[in-house]
Design a protein around this ligand. Structure first.
Ligand SMILES: Nc1ncnc2c1ncn2[C@@H]1O[C@H](COP(=O)(O)OP(=O)(O)OP(=O)(O)O)[C@@H](O)[C@H]1O
Ligand SMILES: [Mg+2]
Length: 276
């Protein structure tokens, strides 16, 4: 590892291959995210954004290279190392909060506090305040004691966002938190994330629409066919369909320019062996 000791990386991938079973999806990924950064992960459907996020969390397999989260290796261990427990919040892309057991908004969001408690300890005043604050932040204060099953799809997504916020994590990974969420709630979420970010939390947000979070997210990582094809400033209006202003015409990859490692993405369309 050759990162500066003064600013240990929150996320560090080196030539990482991430996939399912033995099928690589994300290949040869190099990525370092420092404390307090606010990163948008962009890319078309099926490019590997969720797989990348899941790889960080140990939910997809690390098939090659190195993946480190908060200074601890991910992926080859059967469970998450203690160093990472409770320090990472995650909003999954697809997840139903409604289960067999009816749970209220307060209960589901309260789960976000569990990592802060010892085994068998109950939520204290600070925990209860964190829960109500998080629920208020996503605009559902008046639904605290409603069963989650009685909420709409967009409201349920906001419950998941609240659950992650309530954990007050050092690293918050959100997979399309604004998908299916109305404009007013997206704006509210942007405000919350701006506050969380200015408090020092590192943000990684997978999204197709950067506009609602434009003021918050400052760096873009573009995933294209499992490769990181762009890593640099998130420019206003940056979408996949627009030409990349940093694009070098001589690159073999369509967006092969990386601000930090200009040569690393020249391999393209590689085989499954790469990164192993
Ligand atoms: N659990 C899984 N098992 C096997 N293959 C998977 C699994 N999940 C995703 N894939 C495959 O990995 C590839 C990338 O999927 P991924 O979900 O990472 O894309 P994405 O960039 O998040 O797309 P979207 O914008 O639609 O959410 C796809 O080809 C998909 O079929
Ligand atoms: Mg996805």
């Amino acid at each position: 590892m050759n990162r500066p000791a003064t600013a240990p990386a929150v996320i560090h991938l080196r030539d990482a291959t991430i996939g399912y079973g033995d099928v690589p999806i994300v290949r040869g990924a190099d990525l370092t995210v420092g404390p307090g950064e606010a990163v948008a992960v962009l890319g078309s459907n099926g490019s590997g954004k969720t797989t990348l996020a899941r790889g960080l969390l140990g939910l997809a397999a690390v098939l090659g290279g190195d993946v480190e989260l908060l200074g601890a290796p991910v992926g080859r261990l059967s469970h998450r190392p203690p160093a990472q427990r409770g320090r990472v919040g995650y909003v999954p892309q697809r997840h139903s909060v409604t289960g067999a057991v009816p749970a209220t908004v307060r209960e589901v969001v309260g789960v976000g506090r569990l990592a802060h408690l010892g085994l068998f300890r109950r939520l204290g005043a600070a925990d209860r305040a964190a829960v109500t604050d998080a629920v208020a932040a996503v605009g559902l204060a008046d639904r605290l004691d409603d069963p989650v099953a009685a909420l709409s799809g967009g409201q349920q997504r906001r419950v998941l966002v609240a659950r992650a916020l309530a954990a007050e994590p050092e690293l918050l990974i959100m997979d399309e938190p604004t998908a299916g969420v109305d404009a007013a709630s997206q704006e509210a979420l942007a405000g919350v994330l701006a506050r969380v970010s200015s408090g020092g939390t590192t943000l990684v947000v997978v999204t197709h629409e950067t506009a609602p979070l434009a003021g918050v997210l400052t760096r873009a990582v573009v995933v294209d066919h499992g490769r990181i094809s762009y890593d640099g400033p998130l420019l206003p209006g940056h979408t996949l369909d627009e030409p990349d202003p940093h694009h070098h015409p001589h690159d073999t990859a369509p967006r092969g320019y990386r601000m930090d490692q200009p040569t690393v993405t020249t391999r393209r369309g590689g085989s499954a062996e790469q990164g192993r």
